[in-house]
Design a protein around this ligand. Structure first.
Ligand SMILES: *[C@@H]1O[C@H](CO)[C@@H](O)[C@H](O)[C@H]1NC(C)=O
Ligand SMILES: *[C@@H]1O[C@H](CO)[C@@H](O)[C@H](O)[C@H]1NC(C)=O
Ligand SMILES: *[C@@H]1O[C@H](CO)[C@@H](O)[C@H](O)[C@H]1NC(C)=O
Ligand SMILES: *[C@@H]1O[C@H](CO)[C@@H](O)[C@H](O)[C@H]1NC(C)=O
Ligand SMILES: *[C@@H]1O[C@H](CO)[C@@H](O)[C@H](O)[C@H]1NC(C)=O
Length: 489
């Protein structure tokens, strides 16, 4: 009797543990710290708020200050400065892609039996077919290759950038991209064979500029006076509704209970385009907290503890090994990313105690030059990057200025730095006491500065020079039926 019971129990455990765990990895573009309802009650994001509150809100989740580097980190688990991707983003027409010798996340998931699909923004290079999603582990791709485009015509620089697998698609001219991507994601979920684990990578175009949204979404915010901010908030709510459609499709297909949903922005809100990171300092492009600390959360299958805020340090490079681990695999060696799955899923302490915000030596534009986090301390070396103040929503024009930015007591590595801060001014903050980076304590704590500088130097030895070539004339869409297409490197 007992042995029969034990056998049944064993069978049950095997059945439960072999049930596929589906993973939906949602990336929002340029969504600020203050741009979701669970931080800011003025924002209307009921679906995001519900998932975040039921799941685990990651309170110290960091990404790169701009798009391509963050996406590279998500896909590979390596810092962008080890791939030559640390300087700004991959520009349209630049013959650059995330290095082909680095294994992408969906390639690892395929080894674990996953069906892998990407819907939305790529921005990891497309000069060669080998750089594109279906050559880097995705069974299917629907979306665009470049940084930004019109939400309705899907054109950038006057040329179409919308593709389904290897073909340009013309049929969606006039349809809003957030709606199209939601529909494609829902189609994938509807067609999925639920015996097989699903990995759906859903990087929305929203809420990157251009600031465009159907009027019905803008109308949710009648009290916002600034037109741009009102439209921006409408874009956020449209994306939230799209996420709601994806959740409904998971439920209708009986997948929801076995699905882990992960949500992260690629960088902070972009100040001139109405993104908002209040009360954090700075925004997209800068290595201040406002550019790099984002509203990420996880929800659903596999979480042994949920409904809480996780205060451990998480970095963009951690998603690759963490997702492989959540999928039941063993992360490869050598990555910068750490497997955070055991910590996040049980609520134990983070395995991460330090990370690099960025290392960018590219001259002449070294803004966002270098920063490192160790424990509670953050050291910024050189120019932190554009948008260095504290910005309230709707008040970008009369923002609270960084009044002490240039009068603050600064430490210098070189004589010249007083006149030229691009490379050698040092700023130190204690983020536990001062998460909004108001108090530069570098002159008071020279020993801490030395320690962080030495650690930064250790990482700097591994830097691969930035790949930032001029535009390749052979990329011109005129050679490709007026569409942005691979095949020119
Ligand atoms: C990729 O190749 C470069 C040089 O070609 C090398 O420095 C780097 O270590 C390689 N990375 C991986 C993950 O294999
Ligand atoms: C999309 O429609 C607009 C307006 O009708 C037109 O100007 C544009 O050329 C179209 N774009 C594509 C890629 O078909
Ligand atoms: C989240 O971070 C903020 C700012 O650093 C901090 O004040 C707050 O206590 C943190 N929340 C939790 C639950 O750890
Ligand atoms: C600051 O330093 C950079 C890099 O060395 C140099 O290109 C630039 O001309 C300098 N600017 C000034 C004002 O000295
Ligand atoms: C070339 O572009 C036109 C629209 O401008 C489109 O109708 C046609 O299908 C495209 N050809 C290919 C091979 O994609």
């Amino acid at each position: 009797m007992l042995s029969t019971l034990l056998l049944l129990l064993t069978l049950l455990i095997v059945a439960v543990s072999t049930k596929p765990r589906h993973i939906v990895f949602i990336v929002a573009d340029d969504l600020g710290w203050n741009d979701v309802g669970f931080r800011n009650p003025d924002m209307i994001t009921p679906n995001i708020d519900k998932l975040a509150k039921e799941g685990v809100i990651l309170n110290q989740s960091y990404v790169q200050p701009v798009c391509s580097p963050s996406r590279h980190a998500f896909m590979t688990g390596y810092y962008p400065f080890k791939a030559g991707l640390q300087h700004l983003v991959i520009g349209a027409g630049q013959a650059v892609c995330s290095p082909l010798n680095m294994t992408f996340l969906p390639q690892e998931l395929k080894k674990l039996g996953y069906a892998t699909h990407a819907v939305g923004k790529w921005h990891l290079g497309f000069c060669s077919w080998n750089c594109t999603p279906t050559f880097r582990g995705f069974d299917s791709f629907f979306g665009y290759y470049n940084s930004a485009e019109d939400y309705y015509t899907h054109e950038i620089g006057g040329f179409l950038d919308l593709h389904e697998n290897k073909h340009s698609v013309f049929a969606y001219n006039g349809s809003y991209s957030t709606d199209i991507f939601a529909k494609k994601a829902v189609d994938i979920i509807n067609q999925h064979n639920r015996e097989k684990p699903l990995f759906l990578y859903l990087p929305f175009q929203a809420v990157h500029e251009p600031i465009e949204v159907p009027k019905r979404w803008e109308n949710y915010y009648p009290n916002i006076k600034t037109v741009g901010r009102r439209k921006f908030c409408g874009m956020v709510t449209a994306m939230d509704s799209a996420i709601g459609e994806v959740v409904s499709a998971l439920k209708q297909n009986g997948l929801y209970g076995d699905t882990l949903i992960i949500f992260t922005p690629d960088n902070g809100g972009w100040i001139p385009y109405h993104g908002n990171n209040w009360p954090l300092r700075g925004g997209k492009i800068s290595i201040w907290e406002g550019g790099t600390r984002v509203n990420a959360f996880v929800h659903g299958a596999g979480l042994q503890k949920s409904g809480y805020t996780y205060d451990g340090m998480v970095h963009a490079v951690d998603w690759h090994p963490t997702i492989v681990s959540a999928a039941g695999g063993t992360p490869a060696d050598g990555m910068d990313g750490l497997d955070q799955w055991p910590s996040i899923s049980t609520g134990s302490g983070s395995v991460r105690s330090e990370f690099i915000y960025n290392l960018d030596d590219y001259i002449p534009t070294t803004q966002g030059h270098a920063a490192i986090r160790m424990g509670n301390y953050k050291l910024i070396v050189g120019n932190p990057g554009e948008y260095s103040d504290w910005y309230k929503p709707e008040k970008v024009a009369d923002h609270v200025t960084g009044e002490n930015l240039y009068s603050e007591s600064i430490l210098c590595r070189e004589e010249a730095c007083v006149a030229n801060e691009s490379l050698s001014v040092l700023r130190l903050y204690n983020l536990k006491d001062d998460p909004t980076e108001h108090f530069n304590i570098a002159t008071a704590l020279p020993d801490v500065v030395e320690k962080l500088l030495a650690r930064m130097e250790y990482y700097h030895k591994q830097l691969v020079p930035a790949k930032y070539p001029p535009v390749s004339p052979s990329s011109n869409p005129k050679h490709f039926n007026n569409t942005w297409s691979p095949g020119w490197c």
